[in-house]
Design a protein around this ligand. Sequence first.
Ligand SMILES: Nc1ncnc2c1ncn2[C@@H]1O[C@H](COP(=O)(O)OP(=O)(O)OP(=O)(O)O)[C@@H](O)[C@H]1O
Length: 320
Amino acid sequence: MTEGGRAGQRGRLQSTGFRTKGNPMNDDVLLSISDLSVEYDVDPPVQAVQHVSLELHRGEVLGLAGESGCGKTTLAYAVQRLLKPPAVITSGITILHDTDGDVLINDLNADQMRAFRWDKASMVFQGAMNALNPVSNIGKQLADVFTTHRPGMNKADIRKECCELLDIVGVGADRIRSFPHELSGGMRQRVMIAMALALKPTLMIMDEPTTALDVLVQREILTQITELRHKFGFSVIFITHDLPLLLEISDRIAIMRHGRIIETDTARNIYFHPQQDYTKRLLSSFPSLTGDRSEFSYGTAGLDNDNLDSKGGSANERTA
Ligand SMILES: Nc1ncnc2c1ncn2[C@@H]1O[C@H](COP(=O)(O)OP(=O)(O)OP(=O)(O)O)[C@@H](O)[C@H]1O
């Protein structure tokens, strides 16, 4: 999209507050990221995300894969507007095509952004479980999400919702009075997933949500998340460097390198017909796609010791 085109679109979106009527041609698309760039304004500057365009479909799990430092987390934080200085969004727009109108995320003010997070788009990251308040039981912390975002809800309904959520994520309603230190890491992370699900957002961004956990617990939680998205109908952007894991749980996968998306395709095509040499190397750097993932020693693949150009791909690369 040209600068002029973008400016025109922005104007239209702003003219009706932060929503416009959804584009009927775009009904299947929940999130559009167009030409998004993020720079860390340090010396020398780091171009962490470079002109990324991506579409996320309704009900889809989109995996975002790439080596450490390629920009995955920066991209996720930019979508949620969680970046702090020295990070600067230097270009691009992100639109959530909500059922009752488009939300131009870039233009939300602080209050609108607070309402948007959790309600429309929630995020679970690797260390999320450590964000639980140690001196408050998990029921109270879950209830806080409702009292903050749904002030009209009565106590009995909130309690019922909290119990249901704890059951759904496999913690069990009987743990509602437990304090975080009484729960395992996996259980605490499930509580965070329950919080992220609480307001039934249309988008969940998960950034290495289970990486710190035991492989079996990881698998159990991930299976649950993919089942839940069918039940609740939300879309997921799932971030990890663990490509075999993404192949199992994603509908489509975007491969990121040096801040750019170099290839996007169905999980099946990424596995059977990868187009980019980098994707092929990323796939082959895992000792066995059916074996024990823990054998893979992250960071030793040496994927970047190659002759590819700095933009990470050949001319015929497929981008989203
Ligand atoms: N606060 C910061 N200041 C300067 N540079 C930063 C900052 N945060 C991240 N970067 C740089 O931005 C680039 C992208 O980092 P980012 O954390 O988004 O990558 P990532 O793919 O999520 O990595 P990982 O898988 O290790 O989390 C890296 O080169 C990183 O060093």
